[in-house]
Design a protein around this ligand. Structure first.
Ligand SMILES: NC(=O)c1ccc[n+]([C@@H]2O[C@H](COP(=O)([O-])OP(=O)(O)OC[C@H]3O[C@@H](n4cnc5c(N)ncnc54)[C@H](OP(=O)(O)O)[C@@H]3O)[C@@H](O)[C@H]2O)c1
Length: 313
């Protein structure tokens, strides 16, 4: 076996591009002998199968929440990428995983956090408070032997554009408009980001020979440009070829549906609605991206590009 970079969440929004990008970045570096091990709970899923075909990538069927420090030592894990789930037990499961990583002698972790203005102890949205709690745990002196970087990305474009894509596809199918739901405010600019770009940033961090400059860093990641709710509605009009008749901005009613179908506390799940306040208040603009991220790999993909891909895909 060889020293291993473990990719947790490899089949997901951000993990896929970590796996696609990292092997190439490791070539001809001090880390060239490291293997890239991508995890999935289901090796037969189409997304896992696609990763298994990539050169320089090994795939393992293993639920990360069941990994202990013996597993990490046995697989010679020295660096980790993790895109944690946002269930209400995230602190318990990600916290356990990170303590195991510390005890197993892992040297560096790159993790996906959430939008920077929301990572605070008094945020109403429960999952953002969980990210704050994990970062606070990692900041304690007991963790000093394990370097870490937390990436704090803005709203992911595919999530924010999902209702717009459905609106366009339905119009193309039926010739009729249903109301258009947009989660952004009408006129407040927001730098939403494609998770593919986030994974590429994470791969660049994981390929650094010396992780000291990025240790304990919390980096802000936005897309390359701001868009408003009104601009999203205009983009939809270009696809349907007529004015949008009925549009609701700041629409987070999908969270009520999530709460209804969740077995967890509905009160807690409904708190997700408050995660949009920062964007509506103009605190999540493209200009807030950390300089270190622009130097490493500046996010490139725009809302228009992602919308085109989703509509045509
Ligand atoms: N969505 C947004 O707009 C947004 C914005 C900012 C930050 N974030 C943050 O992004 C993070 C998630 O990153 P992501 O979207 O890249 O991840 P993801 O796509 O939601 O999940 C990554 C992978 O993790 C595995 N997984 C999912 N749920 C799991 C569970 N309960 N237990 C074990 N494995 C599970 C799945 O892989 P397999 O099925 O192959 O095992 C999945 O493909 C969250 O912490 C969230 O706060 C999201």
């Amino acid at each position: 076996m060889a020293p291993t970079v473990l990719i947790v969440g490899a089949t997901g929004n951000t993990g896929r591009s970590v796996v696609e990008t990292l092997p190439k970045l490791l070539e001809n570096t001090k880390l060239a002998s490291h293997r890239v091990l991508a995890l999935t709970r289901s090796a037969s899923s189409p997304s896992a199968q696609a990763l298994a075909k990539l050169p320089g990538v090994e795939l393992a069927e293993q639920n990360w929440v069941e990994i202990d420090n013996a597993w990490l030592r046995e697989h010679e894990v020295v660096r980790i990428f993790i895109a944690p789930h946002v269930q209400t037990n995230q602190f318990v499961e990600e916290g356990q995983f990170l303590v195991n990583a510390l005890r197993a002698g892992v040297k560096y972790v790159v993790r996906i956090s959430t939008a920077a203005p929301n990572v605070r102890p008094d945020i109403l949205a429960y999952y953002a408070r969980t990210h704050w709690a994990i970062e606070t745990m990692l900041s304690q002196p007991e963790f000093k032997e394990m370097h870490w970087t937390s990436l704090q990305p803005n709203i992911f474009l595919p999530l924010a554009l999902r209702a717009t894509v459905e609106f366009i596809k339905e119009f193309k199918r039926t010739g009729k408009q249903s109301p258009l739901s947009v989660i952004l405010d009408t006129s407040t600019p927001t730098g939403m980001i494609d998770p593919y770009d986030i994974g590429v940033v994470a791969a660049h961090l994981l390929a650094q020979a010396d992780t000291t400059p990025h240790n304990q860093a919390k980096y802000v990641l936005n897309g390359p440009e701001d868009v408003t709710g009104e601009q999203i509605a205009k983009m939809a009009e270009q696809y349907i070829g007529e004015p949008v008749k009925d549009v609701e901005f700041k629409d987070v009613s999908f969270v009520d549906q999530m709460a209804e179908s969740s077995p967890e506390s509905k009160n807690v799940i409904r708190s997700i609605k408050f995660s949009l306040d920062a964007a509506w208040d103009g605190k999540a603009k493209a200009e807030t991206t950390s300089k270190e991220i622009l130097d490493l790999y500046a996010p490139k993909r725009t809302a228009a590009e992602v919308l085109k891909e989703l509509v045509e895909g």
